[in-house]
Design a protein around this ligand. Structure first.
Ligand SMILES: Cc1ncc(COP(=O)(O)O)c(C=O)c1O
Length: 449
């Protein structure tokens, strides 16, 4: 379909999209999103910057960054050219035996961006891999496998990360293989109204033995893992001082503090680390998603005392994987970091936050089911309530699919899928951002009819 990105005319499901969906139906193993006849999902054809085309050429504005990945923009030109150079000489490596300069360069670069000297990194592919690394090293450093996590937390779905992920529906089918070594504290309200209660709960959990699912006493927790801003939990920003007071609790109890900045880090909120404003020095920082500019890479950056807890055995690494530090992804990550720095991320994130907040306030004035807006920078969420006989999650799903048919890609977040997540790439232009917000407003109005 010709025209500008973000269209007011309904996207037409054409032959290419229909044929891809039929083939997918025949071969898919993943659980599908509930399909909305003739509308959801689309089939992605190509993407550039903050713009996406489906396989039939319909045009969309991306307000998701594809799960947060395309913060630097889809196929950022500097990233793509670094990747072309890298794949011209090396496409696999033997990271933990024979390193290569790209991997070494990336680790040195990341170490220099941490809040203190001496951090060392273990690279991996997915966010969940970095969380696995963090939890394993924390247990090795303390001898205590227990974890303090939070209600609403999302740390990935691999076996170890799932122990610390809260949402019951993610855990339930796999409950039999979870050891129950995590305990969950409530998440504080943004206005700080229950902060003291939350912190006293954390303090109690931090100093109490954990009884796991098999009734075994596994001792006091060795790790506390926290997202500085919860992403998949519904874009929930904790009140000021929360992180720094968690850090003090960890200090007092000899607990490894892990900040999971896989979603909120790498400048999504304006600063490189979302924990930066509170000046904490986490024992481990996990990064992923946007780090590789679209290429899969993640890392757990650790302070030396934690990193040194895991030593090679007979010269062999005991925590490694075949594709760890994939050279192409390392090159992409180095270029992504440079590209985002050149974008003046603080200004870009603030510009997005201002525009989204203003639009969301006007929606809240018009539609009784728009409850409010929260977030920081390019990580914003608009929470919705049930209306006209629909539950909050049905309303949210309807807005997402209305917006899609009008040319805007959105995702629902929140433990009850009742938050519209607005996570555009930093490179989104003012025109596209304005168009996307207008279309979201039209989609809310459609739901209100
Ligand atoms: C905060 C956080 N941690 C970990 C993960 C897991 O990352 P991945 O899906 O790449 O395994 C996610 C994914 O959404 C996340 O938001």
């Amino acid at each position: 379909m010709a025209g500008t990105f973000g269209q007011s005319r309904r996207a037409v499901r054409g032959a290419r999209v229909r044929s891809a969906l039929d083939r997918l139906e025949a071969g898919r193993g993943e659980n599908p999103h509930p399909a909305v006849a003739d509308r959801f999902p689309m089939v992605i054809g190509s993407a550039r910057g903050a713009r996406v085309k489906d396989a039939d050429g319909n045009r969309y504005i991306d307000m998701t960054s594809f799960f947060g990945v395309a913060l630097a923009g889809h196929r950022n030109p500097a990233v793509m050219s670094a990747v072309r150079v890298a794949q011209g000489h090396l496409v696999s490596s033997m990271g933990d035996v024979h390193p290569d300069p790209g991997r070494a360069g990336l680790l040195q670069l990341l170490a220099g961006m941490m809040p203190a000297e001496g951090y060392r990194g273990v690279l991996s592919q997915n966010g969940a891999d970095a969380v696995e690394t963090a939890l394993k090293f924390a247990a090795a450093a303390t001898g205590r496998p227990g974890i303090v996590s939070f209600e609403g937390a999302y740390h990935g779905l691999s076996a170890g990360a799932l122990e610390a992920t809260w949402r019951p529906s993610f855990r339930k089918p796999f409950e039999a293989m979870l050891s129950g070594r995590a305990v969950f504290a409530p998440w504080p309200e943004p206005d700080g109204s229950n902060l003291e209660l939350v912190l006293s709960t954390v303090e109690r959990l931090a100093s109490s033995p954990i009884i796991n699912r098999f009734g075994a006493d596994i001792g006091r927790p060795g790790a506390l893992i926290v997202e500085p801003i919860q992403g998949r939990g519904g874009v929930r920003v904790p009140p000021p001082s929360f992180l720094s007071r968690l850090a003090s609790i960890c200090d007092r109890n000899g607990i490894v503090l892990i900040t999971d900045e896989i979603y909120c880090g790498t400048w999504r909120t304006g600063t490189f680390l979302a924990s930066e404003p509170e000046a904490v020095v986490p024992d481990i920082v996990c990064l992923g998603k946007a780090l590789g500019g679209g290429f899969p890479i993640s890392v757990a950056m650790m302070r030396p005392a934690v990193a040194d807890a895991v030593l090679p055995d007979h010269g062999e690494a005991v925590h490694t994987s075949t594709f760890m530090g994939w050279p192409v992804s390392c090159a992409a990550a180095i270029a992504t970091i440079a590209a985002i720095k050149r974008m003046e991320p603080q200004e870009a994130a603030t510009r997005i936050e201002r525009a989204v907040t203003a639009a969301a306030r006007s929606w809240a004035g018009k539609f009784d089911f728009v409850r409010g807006v929260a977030g920081r920078g390019a990580m914003m969420g608009v929470s919705l309530a049930g209306t006209r006989g629909m539950s909050a999650s049905e309303v949210t799903r309807k807005v997402v699919s209305e917006a899609l048919s009008r040319g805007v890609l959105l995702l629902a977040e929140g433990s009850d899928s009742d938050v519209l997540a607005l996570m555009p790439p930093l490179v989104i232009g003012d025109d596209d951002l304005g168009t996307a917000l207008r279309i979201i407003g039209d989609s809310l109005a459609k739901v209100a009819e």
